[in-house]
Design a protein around this ligand. Structure first.
Ligand SMILES: [Fe+2]
Length: 274
């Protein structure tokens, strides 16, 4: 897969957090002791170091991580998956979206996470590896993530599953609760509710591959997290409680942007770095 840019710039992170915390510019400028002009410049993408660091502190973001993001000093080291895992990055309108496939190479059974804009490349791998697609798991039902669901489901006959809190509009689709377990050959998949970005946004924790894997959808991105002006606090809390507590070597497969790992996000994500 080609190098995918990070999903958010440092000013996206600031804007997202400020909206989420429902803080006005006046309020933030006053608390951080910066001028409204400087705040506007930083929010517009100009990294004025002193301002950026003050603003970060008052938004409970890591100043160092935010500064590294502003100067593009960090990009995740991509984990190596020798077998049983594939990532797809497909263009959707003016952005790109990710979808993923896992499989047990011996049992030849597979599961998909979302479809992205098109599942063509995923279908190619399913065919080339001689796999049976058992499940299509939906992280959340925003259009970009399920754009090719009808086709992927009809061409493979796989069961479609999404959260009871966010049922997918697809004939015969099934819903799971939190902590549901699925088996895909020797792999197992457990559901974690990481809502906020959407009401039923789910993280799927997969074991049995080379690394523990969390397919997080838009809960969290490398160096950022999913936005929701209304449910920001829920997203932050769920990320902290349910994703950040997974094993440190867990690979995070995000709905947008590159793959990353929990250990790297603990060090480089402005929301979670200390
Ligand atoms: Fe998305």
């Amino acid at each position: 897969m080609p190098r995918i840019p990070l999903e958010d710039n440092f000013n996206d992170v600031i804007n997202k957090t400020q909206r989420g915390m429902k803080m006005t510019d006046d309020d933030l400028a006053k608390r951080a002791e910066v001028s409204l002009e400087d705040l506007a410049a930083v929010k517009g993408g100009k990294p004025i170091d002193a301002v950026l660091r003050r603003v970060a502190r008052h938004l409970k973001l890591s100043p160092d991580a935010l500064e590294n993001l502003a100067y593009k000093r960090w990009y995740p080291d991509l984990p190596d998956f020798p077998k049983g895992f594939a990532a797809f990055n497909t263009p959707f309108e003016d952005m790109t979206v990710n979808s993923y496939l896992i499989w047990d190479p011996r049992a030849k059974v597979a599961a998909a996470f979302d479809t992205g804009a098109t599942s063509e490349a995923m279908l190619d791998i399913i065919k080339a590896e001689g796999l049976t697609l058992r499940y299509i798991f939906i992280t959340h039902t925003h259009d970009d993530h399920i754009a090719d669901l009808a086709r992927l489901a009809s061409e493979t006959g796989a069961e479609v599953w999404s959260s009871e809190l966010e049922p997918v509009n697809h004939p015969g689709a099934k819903v799971f609760k939190e902590n549901a377990h699925f088996h895909v050959g020797s792999l197992s998949v457990k559901t974690l509710y990481t809502f906020g970005h959407s009401p039923g946004q789910t993280t799927f924790f997969v074991t049995g591959l080379s690394w523990p894997l969390a397919v997080v959808g838009d809960s969290l991105f490398a160096s950022s997290m999913g936005g929701s002006p209304t449910n920001f606090a829920d997203q932050l809390r769920n990320n902290r409680e349910k994703i950040l507590t997974l094993p440190r070597d867990t690979v995070l497969a995000c709905g947008h942007g590159p793959l990353t790992t929990l250990a790297q996000e603990k060090q480089h994500n402005p929301f979670f770095a200390r």
